[in-house]
Design a protein around this ligand. Structure first.
Ligand code: ATP
Length: 266
Protein backbone atom coordinates (compact mmCIF):
# COMPACT_ATOMS: atom_id res chain seq x y z
CA UNK A 1 0.00 0.00 0.00
CA UNK A 2 1.39 3.35 -1.04
CA UNK A 3 -0.55 6.26 0.32
CA UNK A 4 0.67 9.22 -1.70
CA UNK A 5 0.34 12.85 -0.69
CA UNK A 6 -1.35 13.71 -4.00
CA UNK A 7 -5.09 13.40 -3.33
CA UNK A 8 -7.01 10.78 -5.26
CA UNK A 9 -9.52 13.46 -6.08
CA UNK A 10 -9.44 17.25 -5.95
CA UNK A 11 -12.51 19.19 -6.95
CA UNK A 12 -12.22 22.95 -7.07
CA UNK A 13 -15.17 25.21 -7.70
CA UNK A 14 -16.88 22.37 -9.54
CA UNK A 15 -20.00 23.69 -11.20
CA UNK A 16 -22.46 21.90 -13.45
CA UNK A 17 -25.43 23.56 -15.02
CA UNK A 18 -27.41 21.23 -17.28
CA UNK A 19 -28.81 22.47 -20.59
CA UNK A 20 -32.26 22.95 -19.08
CA UNK A 21 -30.79 25.38 -16.53
CA UNK A 22 -30.66 23.01 -13.52
CA UNK A 23 -27.71 23.90 -11.32
CA UNK A 24 -26.63 20.47 -10.07
CA UNK A 25 -23.19 21.40 -8.69
CA UNK A 26 -22.62 24.85 -7.28
CA UNK A 27 -18.91 25.68 -6.98
CA UNK A 28 -18.20 22.51 -5.03
CA UNK A 29 -14.82 21.94 -3.35
CA UNK A 30 -13.76 18.51 -2.16
CA UNK A 31 -10.54 16.60 -1.58
CA UNK A 32 -10.48 12.84 -1.24
CA UNK A 33 -7.16 11.60 0.19
CA UNK A 34 -5.36 8.81 -1.65
CA UNK A 35 -5.97 5.45 -0.02
CA UNK A 36 -9.06 6.55 1.89
CA UNK A 37 -12.49 4.97 2.12
CA UNK A 38 -14.65 8.01 1.53
CA UNK A 39 -18.43 8.33 1.67
CA UNK A 40 -20.53 10.88 -0.19
CA UNK A 41 -24.00 11.13 1.29
CA UNK A 42 -26.93 13.28 0.32
CA UNK A 43 -30.60 13.15 -0.58
CA UNK A 44 -32.08 12.42 -3.99
CA UNK A 45 -31.13 15.18 -6.38
CA UNK A 46 -28.28 16.54 -4.22
CA UNK A 47 -25.74 16.17 -7.03
CA UNK A 48 -23.89 12.94 -6.20
CA UNK A 49 -24.28 11.27 -9.58
CA UNK A 50 -23.52 14.54 -11.35
CA UNK A 51 -20.30 14.86 -9.32
CA UNK A 52 -19.31 11.31 -10.22
CA UNK A 53 -20.18 11.84 -13.87
CA UNK A 54 -17.99 14.97 -13.91
CA UNK A 55 -15.08 13.09 -12.34
CA UNK A 56 -15.45 10.25 -14.85
CA UNK A 57 -15.66 12.66 -17.77
CA UNK A 58 -19.16 11.47 -18.65
CA UNK A 59 -20.52 15.04 -18.65
CA UNK A 60 -18.94 18.36 -19.47
CA UNK A 61 -18.05 20.52 -16.46
CA UNK A 62 -19.51 24.04 -16.67
CA UNK A 63 -16.85 25.63 -14.44
CA UNK A 64 -14.09 24.62 -12.05
CA UNK A 65 -11.79 21.63 -12.22
CA UNK A 66 -11.55 18.00 -11.25
CA UNK A 67 -8.15 16.38 -10.73
CA UNK A 68 -7.62 12.64 -10.40
CA UNK A 69 -4.28 11.86 -8.75
CA UNK A 70 -3.19 15.30 -9.89
CA UNK A 71 -4.30 14.91 -13.53
CA UNK A 72 -7.29 16.69 -15.10
CA UNK A 73 -10.20 14.28 -15.19
CA UNK A 74 -10.58 14.55 -18.97
CA UNK A 75 -7.12 13.18 -19.78
CA UNK A 76 -6.56 9.52 -20.58
CA UNK A 77 -4.14 9.03 -17.70
CA UNK A 78 -6.79 10.14 -15.20
CA UNK A 79 -9.48 8.00 -16.80
CA UNK A 80 -7.31 4.90 -16.56
CA UNK A 81 -6.98 5.38 -12.81
CA UNK A 82 -10.73 5.24 -12.24
CA UNK A 83 -13.07 2.29 -12.06
CA UNK A 84 -16.74 3.09 -11.78
CA UNK A 85 -19.73 1.00 -10.89
CA UNK A 86 -22.68 3.14 -11.88
CA UNK A 87 -26.02 3.38 -10.19
CA UNK A 88 -27.95 2.25 -13.27
CA UNK A 89 -26.71 -1.09 -14.58
CA UNK A 90 -25.46 -0.05 -18.01
CA UNK A 91 -24.48 -3.39 -19.46
CA UNK A 92 -24.44 -4.08 -23.18
CA UNK A 93 -27.40 -6.40 -23.78
CA UNK A 94 -25.66 -8.20 -26.63
CA UNK A 95 -22.52 -9.16 -24.71
CA UNK A 96 -22.04 -12.19 -22.50
CA UNK A 97 -20.51 -11.87 -19.04
CA UNK A 98 -17.12 -12.91 -20.33
CA UNK A 99 -17.27 -10.62 -23.36
CA UNK A 100 -18.32 -7.69 -21.19
CA UNK A 101 -15.18 -8.09 -19.14
CA UNK A 102 -12.76 -8.84 -21.98
CA UNK A 103 -14.02 -5.91 -24.10
CA UNK A 104 -13.69 -3.61 -21.12
CA UNK A 105 -10.04 -4.67 -20.79
CA UNK A 106 -9.52 -3.88 -24.47
CA UNK A 107 -11.11 -0.49 -24.00
CA UNK A 108 -8.54 0.23 -21.29
CA UNK A 109 -5.66 -0.77 -23.53
CA UNK A 110 -4.99 -4.29 -22.24
CA UNK A 111 -3.60 -6.96 -24.55
CA UNK A 112 -6.23 -9.58 -25.41
CA UNK A 113 -4.51 -12.37 -23.47
CA UNK A 114 -4.13 -10.15 -20.42
CA UNK A 115 -7.77 -9.04 -20.58
CA UNK A 116 -8.90 -12.68 -20.91
CA UNK A 117 -6.83 -13.74 -17.93
CA UNK A 118 -8.07 -10.89 -15.81
CA UNK A 119 -11.68 -11.60 -16.89
CA UNK A 120 -11.26 -15.19 -15.66
CA UNK A 121 -9.96 -13.92 -12.33
CA UNK A 122 -12.81 -11.46 -11.91
CA UNK A 123 -15.44 -14.07 -12.82
CA UNK A 124 -13.91 -16.27 -10.13
CA UNK A 125 -13.87 -13.52 -7.51
CA UNK A 126 -17.48 -12.53 -8.19
CA UNK A 127 -18.81 -16.04 -8.65
CA UNK A 128 -19.83 -15.45 -12.25
CA UNK A 129 -18.08 -18.38 -13.93
CA UNK A 130 -21.34 -20.32 -14.17
CA UNK A 131 -22.80 -17.43 -16.18
CA UNK A 132 -19.83 -16.72 -18.42
CA UNK A 133 -21.77 -17.23 -21.68
CA UNK A 134 -25.00 -15.58 -20.53
CA UNK A 135 -25.99 -12.17 -21.88
CA UNK A 136 -26.76 -9.30 -19.49
CA UNK A 137 -30.58 -9.29 -19.84
CA UNK A 138 -30.66 -12.88 -18.59
CA UNK A 139 -28.76 -12.14 -15.39
CA UNK A 140 -30.54 -11.53 -12.09
CA UNK A 141 -30.28 -8.08 -10.49
CA UNK A 142 -27.63 -9.28 -8.03
CA UNK A 143 -25.58 -10.88 -10.81
CA UNK A 144 -25.70 -7.64 -12.79
CA UNK A 145 -24.39 -5.78 -9.71
CA UNK A 146 -21.54 -8.29 -9.39
CA UNK A 147 -20.72 -7.95 -13.07
CA UNK A 148 -20.70 -4.15 -12.82
CA UNK A 149 -18.23 -4.37 -9.97
CA UNK A 150 -16.09 -6.97 -11.74
CA UNK A 151 -15.99 -4.69 -14.78
CA UNK A 152 -15.14 -1.63 -12.67
CA UNK A 153 -12.17 -3.45 -11.13
CA UNK A 154 -10.92 -5.28 -14.18
CA UNK A 155 -8.24 -2.76 -15.15
CA UNK A 156 -7.00 -2.45 -11.53
CA UNK A 157 -7.93 1.20 -10.97
CA UNK A 158 -6.45 3.19 -8.08
CA UNK A 159 -9.72 5.01 -7.47
CA UNK A 160 -12.91 2.96 -7.37
CA UNK A 161 -16.18 4.87 -7.47
CA UNK A 162 -19.25 3.02 -6.30
CA UNK A 163 -22.55 4.79 -6.90
CA UNK A 164 -25.08 2.99 -4.71
CA UNK A 165 -23.53 -0.42 -5.35
CA UNK A 166 -25.81 -2.26 -2.94
CA UNK A 167 -29.16 -0.78 -4.02
CA UNK A 168 -31.58 -3.68 -4.35
CA UNK A 169 -29.00 -6.29 -3.39
CA UNK A 170 -29.81 -9.07 -0.89
CA UNK A 171 -28.16 -9.15 2.53
CA UNK A 172 -25.80 -11.99 1.72
CA UNK A 173 -24.49 -10.40 -1.45
CA UNK A 174 -24.20 -7.05 0.29
CA UNK A 175 -21.91 -8.55 2.94
CA UNK A 176 -19.96 -10.36 0.26
CA UNK A 177 -19.46 -7.17 -1.77
CA UNK A 178 -18.35 -5.24 1.29
CA UNK A 179 -15.87 -7.92 2.27
CA UNK A 180 -14.31 -7.63 -1.15
CA UNK A 181 -14.33 -3.81 -1.19
CA UNK A 182 -12.76 -3.70 2.26
CA UNK A 183 -9.99 -6.01 1.12
CA UNK A 184 -9.42 -3.82 -1.91
CA UNK A 185 -9.18 -0.78 0.32
CA UNK A 186 -6.70 -2.55 2.61
CA UNK A 187 -4.53 -3.10 -0.44
CA UNK A 188 -4.36 0.67 -0.98
CA UNK A 189 -7.21 1.36 -3.42
CA UNK A 190 -9.12 4.59 -2.80
CA UNK A 191 -12.86 4.02 -2.52
CA UNK A 192 -15.47 6.71 -3.11
CA UNK A 193 -18.89 5.43 -2.13
CA UNK A 194 -22.36 6.88 -2.40
CA UNK A 195 -25.14 5.10 -0.58
CA UNK A 196 -28.49 5.81 1.02
CA UNK A 197 -27.75 3.19 3.69
CA UNK A 198 -26.30 5.44 6.38
CA UNK A 199 -25.32 2.61 8.71
CA UNK A 200 -23.39 1.09 5.83
CA UNK A 201 -21.52 4.37 5.30
CA UNK A 202 -20.77 4.64 9.00
CA UNK A 203 -19.42 1.11 9.21
CA UNK A 204 -17.22 1.41 6.14
CA UNK A 205 -16.11 4.98 5.55
CA UNK A 206 -13.18 6.66 7.24
CA UNK A 207 -14.54 10.05 6.23
CA UNK A 208 -17.91 11.25 5.07
CA UNK A 209 -18.93 14.33 3.11
CA UNK A 210 -22.55 15.44 3.16
CA UNK A 211 -23.76 17.02 -0.05
CA UNK A 212 -26.89 19.15 -0.35
CA UNK A 213 -28.03 21.16 -3.36
CA UNK A 214 -24.74 20.83 -5.17
CA UNK A 215 -22.53 21.91 -2.26
CA UNK A 216 -20.54 20.12 0.43
CA UNK A 217 -22.26 21.00 3.68
CA UNK A 218 -20.04 19.13 6.14
CA UNK A 219 -17.19 16.68 6.07
CA UNK A 220 -15.62 14.64 8.86
CA UNK A 221 -15.41 11.18 10.34
CA UNK A 222 -18.80 9.74 11.37
CA UNK A 223 -17.84 10.32 15.02
CA UNK A 224 -16.74 13.90 14.28
CA UNK A 225 -20.00 14.68 12.48
CA UNK A 226 -22.08 13.27 15.35
CA UNK A 227 -20.13 15.34 17.85
CA UNK A 228 -20.40 18.53 15.86
CA UNK A 229 -24.16 18.19 15.36
CA UNK A 230 -24.79 16.74 18.82
CA UNK A 231 -26.40 13.71 17.26
CA UNK A 232 -26.54 10.10 18.41
CA UNK A 233 -26.67 8.71 14.92
CA UNK A 234 -25.48 9.61 11.46
CA UNK A 235 -29.13 9.65 10.40
CA UNK A 236 -29.76 12.53 12.80
CA UNK A 237 -26.78 14.40 11.38
CA UNK A 238 -28.18 13.82 7.91
CA UNK A 239 -31.61 15.10 8.89
CA UNK A 240 -30.10 18.19 10.48
CA UNK A 241 -27.96 19.05 7.49
CA UNK A 242 -28.84 17.86 4.03
CA UNK A 243 -32.25 16.18 4.24
CA UNK A 244 -34.70 17.63 1.75
CA UNK A 245 -36.51 19.75 4.36
CA UNK A 246 -39.21 17.16 4.90
CA UNK A 247 -38.64 17.28 8.66
CA UNK A 248 -36.30 20.22 8.68
CA UNK A 249 -38.12 22.72 10.86
CA UNK A 250 -37.96 20.58 14.00
CA UNK A 251 -34.59 19.08 13.36
CA UNK A 252 -32.41 21.53 11.52
CA UNK A 253 -30.38 23.32 14.09
CA UNK A 254 -26.73 22.55 14.00
CA UNK A 255 -25.37 23.47 17.44
CA UNK A 256 -22.25 25.01 15.97
CA UNK A 257 -21.80 26.78 12.69
CA UNK A 258 -19.85 24.68 10.23
CA UNK A 259 -16.90 25.98 8.35
CA UNK A 260 -18.81 25.77 5.10
CA UNK A 261 -21.60 28.08 4.17
CA UNK A 262 -23.82 25.29 2.85
CA UNK A 263 -25.06 24.42 6.34
CA UNK A 264 -26.82 27.75 6.55
CA UNK A 265 -28.81 27.00 3.50
CA UNK A 266 -30.54 23.96 4.97
P1 ATP B 1 -30.03 10.35 -6.31
O1 ATP B 1 -29.64 10.08 -4.90
O2 ATP B 1 -31.51 10.44 -6.50
O3 ATP B 1 -29.36 9.47 -7.31
P2 ATP B 1 -28.14 12.52 -6.92
O4 ATP B 1 -27.59 13.14 -5.68
O5 ATP B 1 -27.28 11.53 -7.61
O6 ATP B 1 -29.57 11.90 -6.63
P3 ATP B 1 -28.14 13.96 -9.43
O7 ATP B 1 -28.61 12.80 -10.26
O8 ATP B 1 -26.72 14.37 -9.55
O9 ATP B 1 -28.51 13.74 -7.89
O10 ATP B 1 -29.08 15.21 -9.79
C1 ATP B 1 -28.78 16.53 -9.32
C2 ATP B 1 -29.77 17.48 -10.00
O11 ATP B 1 -29.46 17.55 -11.39
C3 ATP B 1 -31.22 17.05 -9.89
O12 ATP B 1 -31.99 18.23 -9.77
C4 ATP B 1 -31.49 16.38 -11.23
O13 ATP B 1 -32.85 16.45 -11.60
C5 ATP B 1 -30.61 17.20 -12.15
N1 ATP B 1 -30.16 16.44 -13.33
C6 ATP B 1 -29.47 15.27 -13.35
N2 ATP B 1 -29.21 14.89 -14.60
C7 ATP B 1 -29.74 15.84 -15.42
C8 ATP B 1 -29.80 16.03 -16.83
N3 ATP B 1 -29.23 15.17 -17.67
N4 ATP B 1 -30.42 17.14 -17.30
C9 ATP B 1 -30.98 18.01 -16.45
N5 ATP B 1 -30.96 17.91 -15.10
C10 ATP B 1 -30.35 16.83 -14.58
Amino acid sequence: MHASSTPALELRGLTKRYDDGTLALDGLDLEVPAGSFFGLLGPNGAGKTTLISAVCNLIRITEGEALVFGQPSYCLEARRQIGISEQEPNLDRFLTVRETLVYHGGYYGMEKAEAEERAEQMMGVFDLRGKRDVRAPKLSGGMKRRLLLARALLHEPRLVILDEPTAGVDVELRHELWRYIRRLHEQGTTILLTTHYLEEAEALCEEIALIGRGEIVARDTAAGLKERYEADTLEQVYLKTVANHLFADDEAEPREPTETEGAEAV
